[in-house]
Design a protein around this ligand. Structure first.
Ligand code: NAD
Length: 280
């Protein structure tokens, strides 16, 4: 049974989901269908992944009632102008073959583009909640200063901040800043996009627990209270990544994983203050 986390707008989100970054658009329907068959009910996609149509096909074919699914997509960095927020959101709904998404996130703040006016982008996203087509809105890759700014300028607190977090880069400063505002944290790249899986300390813990390295790392995230959606294209690993709720880490085991923190060096992705890439 996958636990749910209460969000400050009164909605709930399954703490474990399925990620779709780098799932090839041509394979997305098949991969996401396999994930739904494995039991995932929370899917994380994005306009920039180019695979929303495949995700939509899998959802439509699954026969799973819409209300049993939690679907997240994210605004492309190409679509920050308020009119583009609205237009691209319509396209996302059409591609996903849904009447609403559960969560719409601003993928990156892009403080060095669009005149630095990401609060205007946020305001346009918030309007989508008003007509019910986005049940919740949130942000991704927001540093504490970015959160402070949208909250000060719009008065609307995102429900979620989706940020890079894993044992090599626990990102605790931004996690704490998010929590202070009542914002739930989603950890992207929970396995360090694969980098943490080969760590010898993780291998020792996994052997001792009779679990896989991925399970040990994902369990650490769950116990930190973050929301995770590991990505795998292999049905066997998809299933393995869901089997996290029948074991616990001791304080000593948690301390070993906490000790793998490499600070900023541990990042696998770009820094949100400087990231300014816009797709064609
Ligand atoms: P991840 O940490 O989930 O790692 C994925 C890698 O780990 C893949 O190469 C996969 O083959 C491997 N893997 C997964 N399970 C395994 C297992 N049990 N055994 C061995 N190998 C295993 O990285 P991710 O996919 O980048 O992150 C998860 C999700 O977070 C993404 O799919 C996407 O939905 C989201 N994300 C968001 C952002 C953002 O900017 N908001 C950025 C990156 C990812």
């Amino acid at each position: 049974m996958i636990p749910s986390i209460d969000l400050h707008d009164g909605t709930r989100i399954p703490q474990l989901g399925f990620g779709t970054y780098l799932v090839d658009p041509a394979d997305a329907a098949e991969v996401v269908s396999a994930a739904l068959q494995a039991g995932y009910r929370h899917i994380d996609t994005a306009q920039m992944y180019g695979n929303e149509a495949g995700v939509g096909e899998a959802i439509a074919q699954s026969g799973i009632p819409r209300g049993d699914l939690y679907v997240t997509t994210k605004l492309s960095t190409a679509n920050h102008a308020p009119d583009d927020v609205r237009r691209s959101f319509e396209q996302s709904l059409a591609d996903l073959q849904v009447d609403y998404v559960d969560l719409f996130l601003m993928h990156w703040p892009m403080p060095n583009r669009y005149g630095g006016d990401f609060p205007a982008t946020w305001r346009a996203m918030v309007e989508l909640v008003g007509d019910g087509r986005a049940r919740s809105v949130g942000v991704s890759n927001f540093e504490a200063s970015h959160l402070d700014r949208i909250i000060a300028e719009t008065g609307v607190v995102p429900v979620i901040n989706q940020i890079e977090a894993h044992p090599y880069f626990p990102n605790d400063v931004v996690r704490a800043a998010s929590r202070r505002h009542g914002i739930a944290v989603e950890a992207w790249g929970p396995l360090g996009q694969g980098a943490v899986l080969d760590d010898p300390a993780i291998a020792r813990l996994a052997a001792g627990l009779g679990r896989s390295p991925a399970q040990v790392i994902l369990r650490w995230h769950i116990e930190r209270g973050d929301i995770v959606f590991p990505k795998s294209s292999h049905p066997e690993r998809m299933r393995q990544n869901m089997e996290l709720f029948d074991f616990e880490l001791t304080a000593a085991q948690t301390a070993i994983i906490d000790g793998l923190d490499r600070g900023d060096e541990g990042r696998v992705g770009p820094h949100p203050d400087s990231f300014d890439w816009i797709p064609d």
